[in-house]
Design a protein around this ligand. Structure first.
Ligand SMILES: [Zn+2]
Length: 399
């Protein structure tokens, strides 16, 4: 019999899943500020639709929680029932033994009477007719009693055999249930892993799009000129590392999340001590900053490097030192790295980090909203391509 702790784990797991943001998809084809404004209205309408969907999802999860709780109760009850059935089988077994002993006694007596003519003697020894009838009656009663005993004994044996068959069937059913719940845990785990990188809820995403619009206004972008042409006015030709030294803890792309499930890593993880100063990799403008419970404090910098638009993300930050709309260069402090104390494992709020590190992502696009940003992610340029490798300077370049 499996322990209940694994089911309790599942309930806790689903409870944490409950607060997870519903992933959003707001793909924007806007190339101008005017187009981006139009998209924002559509995005906000989508949020309304999503909110009701989210409510539905939450009630579905609640329902699932209830289902699991009652299944849990059923398993508990089943375990009690199985124990009871085992006890009954044992008690019946003892009764069978008693009956067998009694039957043996009677059989002995019967044999004694039938064998040495003692039955005949017992009957014919009677001194009167009345006594003879009484004695014949007594013998008949003994025979009846004996037959009853044998029938009861037979029934008891049959009953106990059936009980054992039922018990085996019951245990099989129970184990099948346990297996299906284990499968569900695996499925939920893989869903969780798909999300456990950086995840942005729709409220933060709408805020990010509003921030972007405000930033492009501040940058003096015209309503109908392309955003790309606008941001190209703040351009640079080089990439620098955001920290002077670090270890590549996790590479860009597919990675194994354990349990045989892989997920997509949207950037690279640089192992640095918590509180490390994070500098801007590029010249650019802070297009949005926000905080989510999967990714922590995040800063998105819109840049134009070597003739192409890029957005650089710095995530899991302990502290943010820049504001939306602020112009940055490669000596500007973006913030300070976190990832340890900010993680839920160590009393923080960020579900998607376990230890101190800086997450850096690069998207080859003009920032419109998070979904658009995700659609154009690239492997951040210039970093070591091997997990565990170190770099020792902001200028060190790896092809
Ligand atoms: Zn990461």
């Amino acid at each position: 019999m499996r322990k209940l702790s694994s089911y309790i784990f599942l309930i806790i797991f689903i409870a944490s899943f409950f607060t997870y943001p519903v992933p959003t998809k707001a793909v924007s084809n806007a190339t101008t500020l005017a187009g981006l404004r139009k998209d924002l209205a559509a995005f906000e309408a989508q949020k309304k639709a999503n909110d009701s969907k989210k409510k539905m999802t939450q009630s579905e999860i609640k329902q699932k929680n209830n289902d699991i709780a009652s299944a849990n109760k059923e398993i508990e009850n089943s375990e009690v029932k199985i124990e009871d059935a085992k006890k009954t089988i044992e008690t019946t077994g003892e009764k069978i033994k008693e009956y067998e002993a009694k039957t043996e006694e009677i059989m002995d007596f019967y044999q004694l009477m039938m064998g040495d003519n003692s039955y005949l003697e017992f009957v014919t020894d009677s001194s009167s007719m009345t006594e003879l009838i009484m004695r014949l009656d007594a013998v008949e009663q003994l025979i009846d009693y004996n037959q009853d005993q044998l029938v009861t004994l037979e029934n008891l044996i049959k009953e106990n055999e059936q009980k054992q068959v039922d018990l085996i069937k019951y245990e099989k059913e129970l184990n099948a249930n346990i297996e299906s719940y284990e499968k569900k845990i695996k499925e939920l785990n893989s869903e969780y892993l798909e999300l456990s990188d950086i995840s942005v809820d729709i409220d933060s995403d709408i805020k990010s799009q509003k921030d972007a619009i405000k930033t492009y206004e501040q940058m003096g972008c015209k309503e109908t000129e392309t955003l790309e042409a606008c941001i190209a006015r703040t351009s640079s030709s080089t990439w620098l590392k955001p920290v002077p030294k670090g270890r590549i803890n996790s590479l860009f792309g597919r990675r194994n999340g354990g349990n045989g499930v892989s997920s997509n890593h949207s950037g690279i993880d640089i192992g640095v001590a918590e509180g490390t100063q994070v500098l801007s990799s590029t010249v650019g403008t802070v297009v949005t900053t926000f905080r989510t419970n999967c990714g922590g404090n995040q800063v998105y910098v819109q840049s134009y490097v070597g003739g192409k638009p890029y957005v650089v993300l710095y995530a899991h930050l302990l502290k943010v030192s820049v504001k939306t709309g602020q112009t940055v260069n490669q000596n500007t402090t973006i913030g300070y790295s976190g990832g340890y104390s900010t993680s839920t494992r160590h009393g923080g709020y960020d579900k998607c980090t376990t230890g101190a590190h800086l997450h850096v992502s690069v998207s080859q696009t003009v920032y419109k909203n998070y979904s658009n940003y995700v659609a154009h992610l690239i492997n951040p340029p210039g970093y070591p391509k091997t997990k565990g490798a170190w770099f020792y300077s902001r200028y060190q370049w790896f092809d």
